[in-house]
Ligand binder design. Sequence first.
Ligand SMILES: Nc1ncnc2c1ncn2[C@@H]1O[C@H](COP(=O)(O)OP(=O)(O)OP(=O)(O)O)[C@@H](O)[C@H]1O
Ligand SMILES: [Mg+2]
Length: 207
Amino acid sequence: MSKFITFEGVDGAGKSTHLAWFAEALRQRGLDVVVTREPGGTPLGEQLREILLHQPMSIGTETLLMFAARLEHVEQVIKPALGAGKWVISDRFSDASFAYQGGGRGMDWDKLRQLEQWVHPDLQPDLTLFFDVPVEVARKRLRMSDRAGTNNTSLDRFEQEQSDFFERVRAGYHKRVQQNPHRYVVIDAAQSLETVKDKLQEVISAI
Ligand SMILES: Nc1ncnc2c1ncn2[C@@H]1O[C@H](COP(=O)(O)OP(=O)(O)OP(=O)(O)O)[C@@H](O)[C@H]1O
Ligand SMILES: [Mg+2]
C-alpha cells in the first residue's frame, strides 16, 4: 500500500541529508519511491520556488504562492503517484507553511487552515518526520556547510532570517505536532548523523 511521508524542520535540521538515505533504504526493500520537495516538485512549482526564495514580497503573497505551488504539486505529482501505488517522500509540505508563514511571519493560523482545506481537503501525510533541533545548532550547521559562502551571499530569503525568526518557526512546528500528535515522529536532530540514521532505521522497520 502506498504511503505519503513528509520531512519537516527548520533550515539546517538535516532533512535533505537524511531524506536521500531514507528513500534509498525503502527502495532496497523493493518499494517504488518518488522523492519530491516543496516549494517545488513540478516545473511551475520550481519557478515559484525561485520567486519565493529570492523576491521580496508581502506575507500574504508569500503564503498564497506557497499554496499555489502546493496545489500543482498535489494534483500533478503526489496524488497520481499515490494512485499508482508508489510511496511519496516530500522534503517539506503544509506543516512548513504553518511553521514559516504562521509561526515565523505571523500569518493567521485559521487562514492557513482554510488554504490547507482548499488545496488538499482529502490528503494528509501518513507520516511526518519532524527533525527537531535547537535553532543555534541548525544555524551553526548552515554556517559550516558550503551553502553560506563567505559572506552569506548565497543564502535564500528564509536562510537570511535571524535566530528569533527560526525560534518562532520551531514553535510553529511544535504547535502543529501538538494539534495532531499521531501523525508525527519527532526526531532529536541535534544527535550525531549516525544516531539520527539509527532512529530512521527504527522508523523504517516500524512502517
Ligand atoms: N545530525 C547531524 N550532525 C551533524 N551535521 C549534520 C547533521 N544533520 C545534518 N548535518 C549537516 O548540516 C547541514 C544542513 O543539513 P541539511 O541540508 O540536510 O538540512 P535541511 O534540513 O535540509 O536544511 P534546508 O531546510 O535549509 O534545506 C549539512 O551540511 C549536513 O551535512
Ligand atoms: Mg534541505
